[in-house]
Structures are given as structure tokens and as C-alpha cells.
Design a protein around this ligand. Structure first.
Ligand code: NAD
Length: 556
């Protein structure tokens, strides 16, 4: 075995244009998207192969990365590379409809599915944390979550504030890969945001990328800026350097006039949450040296943080868990009222899941932003009746700065994704785009995830922890012709708390790609509708009936 040291960190960026370095577009697309995940514009810590979400990696180590690149370059169109937690472990002969890459990341047998055991195995070099789109090579930077966050805050506005956040203040924390979308999502909805973050480099990065407006030097200054902007009904986002476990209780004690409270620190991984009394500069070394003690202190701090969130709820604010498991961690620290506020999915997103809606996304392998502009126009033409989609596409075109390969995300449902995908493939075939596209999605989708603290919290029939659905979803995508398919454990909410699947399909303009796209982009969201029909949601039943889906248990 060559030494890992022979394969050290370096700067990685996906090739652009139409020249292939692999034997076909499907392999080249996987190669480019793996590299794109590690582009310094995209990844949070590319030198460590960490893409986002705490320690979510694209490859297990640099040695494995090099082996995957080499293998993808000479992989035939009837072969499939198997990836086990970020390491390529085999190449098998399959056929042209089969995925070129099959990925399983971070999976552990139930009784062993704890962070402690996972970290032990990770230290032995046997596994890696794949998060959702890090280890499945379809992370597109902060834009990916921006749209979902925009939709969520729009739903909060619709529920509580007459359709706009104008004249309200939102308090949140965490400006990392996902959390960094919050300030822009709030201002896009007309509101004011105060965002607490302990890492100065994250505050700078969000300002540099245009996601965050200003930085405040103190809690008092942050509040003053926020109140002034709120009173003028002027959108503004304020970054505040500090520990959320300290600042959120402080703001509560001050009686700060906060209307909405949420959080996106990396609470799902207690080793990535800064405990009270620890300097940010000492965090990494302390977590590595004393993981058990650090975990205990982080959980204790999260309990104080969540206690303050509950305090804001008691005071009448709209408070929700934004899918980072902070309630679960706070309860582990003994805080009894941790679940007094809901998760964002049951509160705002589930009705969309019933229609097979979810975070549909695509990236331009040409590297040419004009390809995305052309697809934006195509989406607007295809769905002229969808006003919020049109508003998003327009705002995204103006406000979103591409990171890595140009990409776009929008939420589309069952019966819509396949139409968009086929149109894109036709555009590639007609030479309207400079090169093929990849079409994928987040694992946070309607039918692809079991996650009782997030996507499947509070299911109507109590099926929150039933994990057959993501496995069926992955198998359906393999059977339908996706280009790469992944099954992960622990993404979003942490080890032991979720199972989820993803797919990416290449639109290279060929009739074969068109056939595959039609099936994948119908069946993939279709599993979401089926999952919600089975759980008894009326809206899902209506969608299934309207669109004539076959459901054996309803045919009697
Ligand atoms: P990240 O690791 O990139 O960023 C987390 C940020 O929190 C870091 O910048 C870190 O410095 C900061 N932080 C840690 N402890 C802090 C503290 N005590 N006070 C203030 N700041 C602190 O992670 P991310 O990709 O931004 O994801 C954030 C969380 O959201 C994760 O738990 C992730 O699983 C979850 N998530 C939610 C969704 C969703 O749809 N709602 C989607 C993906 C991820």
C-alpha cells in the first residue's frame, strides 16, 4: 500500500468545457462533480476534503481521491465503480443503463450507530462522514440551501407575518456552508437578521460572497442596527462574532424584540459546536485531545442555547429547529423542554413533500454561466403559472454568486422535474448549451430520507423512524438509469439519526440520456408521493390520483 503521504492536499478545481478526460460524459461528469465539491470556492475546508456540514467529506483521504480520479478516467460505459465511505473498492462489469458509480457512505449497523463508534472507526481509516451531498458529489455551495431557506422563511412569513418578513427581526446562529444562506434568505424575504457566529473567517466569507451585509462589534450594536432597519422596514443582515450559547441567552435577558428564532450551528456533531468558556482558537485542538469532555461541555452549552430559544418562544416569537438536532443534543444534556418548539419540516415543508416537491438542482459542466441563464429561461417558460418559482429564479439570477461550476436550484414536484430534465437534455442536443448538465438533488427530499428529528419528524402514521423508504428510493434510482446513486447514514442530523439517498443523472443530449432522465426524474420524486400516501396525507393521495400513480393498497 503506498503511503498516504504520497497523496497530499492540493488545490482541486473541476475541468470546464467539452474536452473529456474520461471515456464518456457520465464518467467525466462524476469526475468533475467530485472535483467541484473540493473547489476552494465550494468546499469549506478543501485541504481536509471537508465540503460542508461539520466533517462532511467528498473522499476518505487524498489517496482514495487519487484512486477515484484515476478509476473514473478509464472507467468504461458498461462498468460501475463502487465507493465505500469515500474510498473506491471495486470496479464491476454492469451495463449501459446501470449507474457508473454506486456510493455507500457512513453506514453502520443499528446498535453500533453512535458518534463514539463512528469516530473510532474513522480514526482507524475505515469510514468517513459523507453528510448528504458532500460524499455524493452534488454540493453546489451555499446556493443549494439558499433556496430551501428562502422557501422556509417565506413560509414563516406567510404563517405569522402576512407574507413578508418586513418589519421583523430574526435571530439565528451559524454562518457555515449551510447556515451562511440564512442572512440572505431573510433579507430576500424583506426582513432583518442577526446571525451569531464564533469563527471570524466564516463572517468574512459571507460578507465577501454578498450573503451577509454588515458586521457588528457588540451585542448592543447588533441590536441597534437591527432595530433601526426593522423600524425603517429595510432588509438588513448583521453578523455578530460570538458564542451562540452565550449571546442568545444574553439577548433574551435584555428583552430583545426578536420575532423569529432558529439556529444552524453544527449542533448535529457535538465536536463541532463551540462550548461555553472555550476560545474558538482552541476549539479544534481541545476537541481532538479530549473528545468525551468536549462533547459533554458542548451538549451542556447547547442546553443553555435551547433554553433561551424556548424562552423566546414563551415570549411569543416564532421558533423552530432548522434541522441540526440541537433539541436532541440539549435533551441529552438533561434539558427537559428541548422539544417545546417544532422542527421546520412538520412546521413548513411537509405539504410540499406531499406533492413530490424538493430541492431539484443542476450544474453546467461547461463552466459557462450563460448555460445556467439559458436553463433559467427554460424553467420560467415551462412553469409560467408558478409565481414563487419565478420570483426565486429572478432573485437568484441577480443575487446568487456561483461557487465552482455554475449551478441552479429550485424546488420542483412530481410531474415537473421530468419535464425540466427532458427540456435540458433537448437543449444540450440542440447545441443551445455549451456542454452537458448534471441533474441531481439534495438528499433532503420528499422520498429519500428517514430522519425522525428532521424530514420525517411527526409523520401522521408514526412512521418517523422507518428507514425502508430511502433504501427503496436508491434502488428505484438505480433501476431507472441514474448516473450515480448514493446511500448515506447520519447526514444533517448526525450518526444514528438518519438514513438517506441521492441520485445524479447526466443530460448529455443523447436519446438514451433522455430515456433515463424521463424515468429517474419521474420515479425519484414519485417515491416521495408514495411515502406520504402510505403515511395517510390527503394532499399526497390527491396528487397520486391526479397523476394516476398506481398504488396497490388503494386499488381494492
Ligand atoms: P458548518 O459546519 O459549515 O457550519 C457551522 C457553523 O457553526 C460554523 O461556522 C461554526 O463556526 C459555527 N458554530 C459552532 N458552534 C458555535 C457556537 N457555539 N456559536 C456560534 N457559532 C458556532 O455546517 P453547515 O453546513 O452550515 O450546517 C449547519 C447545521 O445545519 C448542521 O447541523 C447541518 O447538519 C444542518 N443542516 C440543516 C439543513 C436544513 O435543511 N435545515 C440542511 C443541511 C444541514
Amino acid at each position: 500500500r503506498p503511503e498516504e503521504t504520497a497523496h497530499g492536499p492540493r488545490t482541486v478545481r473541476a475541468p470546464r468545457g467539452t474536452e473529456l478526460s474520461a471515456r464518456g460524459w457520465q464518467q467525466d461528469a462524476a469526475l468533475r462533480m467530485l472535483m467541484n465539491n473540493l473547489d476552494p470556492e465550494v468546499a469549506e475546508h478543501p485541504e481536509k476534503l471537508v465540503v460542508y456540514g461539520g466533517s462532511g467529506r467528498a473522499a476518505r483521504d487524498w489517496w482514495s481521491f487519487d484512486a477515484m480520479v484515476r478509476t473514473l478516467r478509464d472507467l468504461r460505459g458498461d462498468e460501475t465503480m463502487l465507493v465505500q465511505s469515500g474510498r473506491p473498492v471495486g470496479v464491476l462489469t454492469t451495463h449501459e443503463w446501470a449507474p457508473r458509480v454506486l456510493i455507500a457512505n457512513s453506514n453502520l449497523v443499528g446498535d453500533w450507530a453512535t458518534w463514539e463508534e463512528f469516530r473510532r472507526l474513522e480514526a482507524l481509516g475505515l469510514t468517513m462522514y459523507g453528510q448528504m451531498t458532500a460524499g455524493s458529489w452534488i454540493y453546489i455551495g451555499t446556493q443549494g440551501i439558499l433556496q430551501g431557506t428562502y422557501e422556509t422563511f417565506a413560509a414563516v412569513a406567510a404563517k405569522r407575518f402576512g407574507g413578508s418578513l418586513a418589519g421583523t427581526i430574526t435571530l439565528t446562529a451559524g454562518l457555515g456552508g449551510m447556515g451562511g444562506a440564512q442572512p440572505l434568505a431573510v433579507t430576500m424575504n424583506g426582513g432583518v437578521a442577526i446571525c451569531v457566529e464564533c469563527d471570524p473567517s466564516r463572517v468574512e466569507r459571507r460578507i465577501e460572497h454578498g450573503y451577509l451585509d454588515v458586521r457588528a462589534g457588540s451585542v448592543e450594536e447588533a441590536l441597534r442596527l437591527a432595530v433601526e432597519a426593522r423600524d425603517a422596514r429595510r432588509p438588513l443582515s448583521v453578523g455578530l462574532l460570538g458564542n451562540a450559547a452565550e449571546v442568545v441567552p444574553e439577548l433574551l435577558a435584555m428583552g430583545a424584540p426578536i420575532d423569529v428564532v432558529t439556529d444552524q450551528t453544527s449542533a448535529h456533531d457535538p465536536l463541532a459546536y463551540l462550548p461555553l468558556g472555550v476560545a474558538f482558537a482552541d476549539m479544534a485542538a481541545y476537541a481532538a485531545a479530549e473528545p468525551a469532555e468536549f462533547t459533554e461541555r458542548a451538549r451542556e452549552s447547547m442546553a443553555r442555547h435551547v433554553e433561551a430559544m424556548v424562552g423566546f418562544r414563551d415570549a411569543g416569537a416564532e421558533v423552530f429547529d432548522y434541522g441540526n438536532s440541537i433539541r436532541g443534543e440539549a435533551r441529552l444534556a438533561g434539558y427537559q423542554r428541548a422539544f417545546d418548539f417544532p422542527g421546520f419540516v412538520p412546521a413548513y415543508i411537509r405539504p410540499l413533500f406531499c406533492e413530490g416537491r424538493g430541492p431539484f438542482r443542476w450544474a453546467a459542466l461547461s463552466g459557462d454561466p450563460r448555460d445556467i441563464a439559458a436553463t433559467d429561461r427554460a424553467v420560467l417558460e415551462l412553469f409560467p403559472e408558478n409565481e414563487s418559482l419565478a420570483r426565486w429564479i429572478r432573485l437568484a439570477g441577480e443575487r446568487v454568486r456561483f461557487q465552482g461550476l455554475p449551478a441552479r436550484i429550485c424546488w420542483l414536484g412530481y410531474g415537473e422535474r421530468d419535464r425540466a430534465g427532458e427540456r435540458f437534455n433537448d437543449m444540450v442536443a440542440a447545441g443551445e448549451l455549451a456542454a452537458p448538465l448534471v441533474i441531481g438533488r439534495d438528499h433532503l427530499d420528499c422520498g429519500s430520507v428517514a430522519s425522525p428529528y428532521r424530514e420525517t419528524e411527526g409523520m401522521l402514521d408514526g412512521s418517523d423512524a422507518i428507514a425502508d423508504w430511502p433504501l427503496l428510493n436508491a434502488m428505484v434510482n438505480v433501476a431507472s438509469g441514474a448516473s450515480w446513486v448514493s446511500v448515506h447514514h447520519g447526514g444533517g442530523v448526525g450518526i444514528g439519526r438518519s438514513l438517506h439517498a441521492g441520485q445524479v443523472t447526466v443530460a448529455d443530449g443523447t436519446p438514451l440520456a433522455g430515456e433515463k432522465i424521463r424515468r429517474v426524474l419521474t420515479n425519484d420524486p414519485g417515491t416521495g408521493v408514495l411515502r406520504h400516501v402510505d403515511a395517510g396525507y390527503d394532499r399526497a393521495v390527491a396528487v397520486a390520483e391526479e397523476r394516476r400513480m398506481r398504488i396497490p393498497m388503494r386499488e381494492d
